[in-house]
Design a protein around this ligand. Structure first.
Ligand SMILES: NC(=O)c1ccc[n+]([C@@H]2O[C@H](COP(=O)([O-])OP(=O)(O)OC[C@H]3O[C@@H](n4cnc5c(N)ncnc54)[C@H](OP(=O)(O)O)[C@@H]3O)[C@@H](O)[C@H]2O)c1
Length: 292
């Protein structure tokens, strides 16, 4: 997958790459600090339009429709190559499945570029792992390819009641279940600590979507944000001429990266701009959380 343009480095203040390897050459320097002792280091990856939108919704609802960049897809692989697991909200998976049609069993989120798969091996990373956050209300594991466990390991983060519903399905004993909270309520910070303690996840890549990201950000669990700005402007209100899919209301707002309630002036979070690259008209930013 080397049909990408090299990234132009505008500045980069991140740690050095963990090893010298040809696979880094399109991007240059790429390192992380050590993870905290009791939970993984969590970095997110999103692409947004110039006006801060992450999905058009409807028939073109995937993040790739905003991105439209081979370099952005490659960077996603670079980030995945360094992650012990990818964390996603269940809607991101179900949207990918919906967009592929009624007989689709969805996709597996994995490194596609052979050189980056090889880099992952050299970094000593184990099998790739997809972790889905869900309340398991009416989730049929057999409907989704990601839970087959043949290509990547799969895990579910849920409440104790959700965990009981997963285990009752019996068909997928290979899917790890991480439960935290009480009854139907998921305690996400406690679940994240268990990902470190029970599954050994030291570096966790959050690939969205906005609902999950907002929950993690409010709990101050995002350590870094990789943010691609795509040179398109789309607007927040879905225009009347865009076809609605079944059940969508006529007034519909496209989400930004951050779903759910936000912050006030007093508690909004602050970030250091760690690096910036350019490929064509796309901008590739990296921010690190500034904590007191
Ligand atoms: N531009 C980008 O980079 C990018 C990246 C990712 C996604 N997206 C887009 O974003 C859209 C999906 O985002 P979304 O915000 O609707 O969904 P999402 O965050 O992917 O998933 C939300 C679902 O995850 C589960 N969940 C999340 N936080 C939870 C918590 N604290 N406790 C319990 N369950 C929790 C729930 O699943 P259950 O309902 O199963 O309980 C919830 O309904 C898609 O259109 C996708 O294409 C864009």
């Amino acid at each position: 997958m080397r049909d990408i343009r090299p990234f132009e480095v505008l500045f980069d203040h991140a740690e050095p790459s963990p090893i010298a390897d040809e696979a880094y050459s399109p991007y240059g320097n790429f390192g992380f600090p050590s993870p905290p002792a009791d939970r993984p280091w969590i970095y997110s990856n999103f692409v947004q339009s110039l006006d801060g939108i992450t999905t058009l919704l409807g028939e073109h609802g995937s993040g790739g429709e905003i991105s439209q960049s081979r370099e952005d897809r490659w960077l996603m692989d670079l980030l995945r190559a360094h992650a012990d697991a990818i964390l996603m909200g269940m809607n991101t998976m179900l949207e990918e499945q919906r967009l592929r049609g009624p007989v689709s069993r969805g996709i597996v989120f994995q490194v596609a570029d052979p050189l980056l798969r090889e880099l992952r091996r050299k970094l000593g990373k184990g099998r790739e792992r997809n972790i889905f956050v869900t309340r398991v209300v009416d989730l049929d594991l057999a409907r989704l390819k990601a839970f087959d466990g043949d290509v990547v390991d799969a895990a579910i983060v849920t409440s104790p009641a959700g965990a009981a519903r997963v285990r009752a399905q019996r068909s997928h004993p290979h899917v790890a279940v991480v439960a935290a909270g009480e009854g139907e309520a998921v305690d996400l910070p406690a679940a994240i600590r268990k990902l470190r303690g029970e599954l050994g996840v030291e570096y966790l890549l959050c690939e969205g979507g906005p609902t999950l990201y907002g929950t993690l950000a409010r709990a101050d669990l995002i350590d870094e944000k990789f943010m691609t700005v795509s040179p398109v402007e789309v607007g927040q209100l879905v225009p009347p001429e865009q076809a609605r899919i079944a059940g969508e209301p006529s007034t519909l707002l496209r989400p930004t990266v951050f779903g759910g309630p936000g912050f006030t002036r007093e508690n909004m979070t602050r970030w250091t701009w760690l690096s910036c690259r350019k490929a064509g008209d796309h901008q590739f930013n990296r921010y690190r959380r500034k904590r007191a």
